[in-house]
Design a protein around this ligand. Sequence first.
Ligand SMILES: Cc1cc2nc3c(=O)[nH]c(=O)nc-3n(C[C@H](O)[C@H](O)[C@H](O)COP(=O)(O)OP(=O)(O)OC[C@H]3O[C@@H](n4cnc5c(N)ncnc54)[C@H](O)[C@@H]3O)c2cc1C
Length: 496
Amino acid sequence: MNKALIIGSGLGAMTTAMRLASRGYKVQMVEKHHQPGGRLNQLKKDGFTFDLGPTFFSMTYEFEEFRKDVGLEKLPFTFRDLDVLYSVNFRGSDKRYVIYRDLDKLAEEFEEVEPNFREKMDKFLTSAGKFFHDTEYLVLKRNYDSLFQYLMTLLRVPVKYSPKLLRSVWSEMERHFESREVKEIFSLVAFFLGATPFDTPAIYTILSYTELVHDGYHNVVGGMYKIVDGLKKELDKAGVEMHFNTEIVDYKQSNGEITAMVDQNGNEWEADLFVVNADAAWFRHQIFKRKKFDEPKMDKLKWTLAPFTMYLGLDTKLPDHVPLHNYFLGDNFKEYSGKIFKNAIKLEKPYYYVNVVSKSDPESAPEGCESVFVLCPVPDMRFKPDWSDREEVANSIIDDISKRIGVDVSKHIVSKTVMTPVEWRDDFNLYKGSGLGLGHDLDQIGGFRPKNYDEKFGNVFYVGASTVPGTGLPMAVISSKLVTERITKKYGSVHT
Ligand SMILES: Cc1cc2nc3c(=O)[nH]c(=O)nc-3n(C[C@H](O)[C@H](O)[C@H](O)COP(=O)(O)OP(=O)(O)OC[C@H]3O[C@@H](n4cnc5c(N)ncnc54)[C@H](O)[C@@H]3O)c2cc1C
């Protein structure tokens, strides 16, 4: 028992492949896209380089844990600490709030709108931090063999935290802060999870703690895709074979085990065990055709918002008041949040995020130019299946940016690529274009999330955003740790 086939090559897959290879498994990977990385991908066009999805992350120590686990002397990429996390502008105002990691500087930014900001923020972060440290190992970083085991584990979480399970991120903000600006800005963490602060449990305020206190925010020198380039080199050294433009569409089984996965050309990929990095719910729905994951049931699940993304090459530099990471918010936060999932919003007044990667990595754009990534969370294709208005939506965002930064962006575009939920669905098999996979509602996390082992086939496992523990880059790395634990518990290491 030593041959593993991994389906997909996202971060969860690449880190699992390294972990298994370091334990003596012979690993092959098949990927439907033309290059590795999954959502952590890269677009090179017209002399510009763009990161396709992720632009920053926290919890770098999960990568360190991975490095030690696989016996690498150093990680094959370099983190960059961000002292300015991001800037935020509200529609109708010229003010730009700069979110510093340094809490004293941060307090200065908000002193006019939120009296005693520092005290209130300290209290808020202490509460989030205590919850984080009391649950990180107890609940988050572990496998569950049954729902019962998960529920029993929850009983061990100190009772004082129960209100955090019942409250939303927004109500937690209301308990600590008064100003609209502070409440809206620090509840943006819910959008990082692909939802809104009104429907995300308050436990996720731990993200504010990890970003401002515990580990901070980071990107990667040379662009986020350096993570994938670096891991690919290590996988090559470890003898892991990767096959691109290869999509698994079917399977062969015998005696309760999968014997081979079948690709779009009818080729059979045999192995002793299989790790699925395609979305864990989508694969059960689309490939295994499980009743529990049929379309009506999939549609009833809570999916994260879909991405509408743009990659703009500009033949000019943007002013200093547009730093690396920027959020542009409107003036109707509650109303917008309430309607965004269901396509009841007007996309001519969008809320969006702008990343100017050439500000930190100038080589991503030609001299005197800028590489700009725009991400606008939109309804998934259950609620808005038709994206034939893509140009209209793109132009309304470009007009809005232009007004708010004081540069007519449309006059400077020399490269433009738009991805709607349709392309995100088709390129990476994301269910109805949902960008971050399954949502993180209480009934969809831990023991309630699709498991990282298959219900029917004993030699099939899952890794990635829609299985445990959840979405985001550090979670994908934790997910690879959890699935490797499962596999080695069952099959052992091949050599010692
Ligand atoms: C627009 C956007 C912005 C984001 N920003 C951030 C951020 O700033 N910070 C952060 O931490 N996270 C961010 N995320 C989330 C992060 O990208 C994901 O959580 C993470 O990359 C998921 O990794 P994964 O291991 O689940 O694999 P995925 O990235 O989902 O990769 C799965 C791979 O499987 C392949 N595949 C699927 N089906 C098949 C099949 N049948 N056969 C063969 N191959 C198949 C897919 O093509 C894909 O390459 C963002 C996501 C998006 C979409």
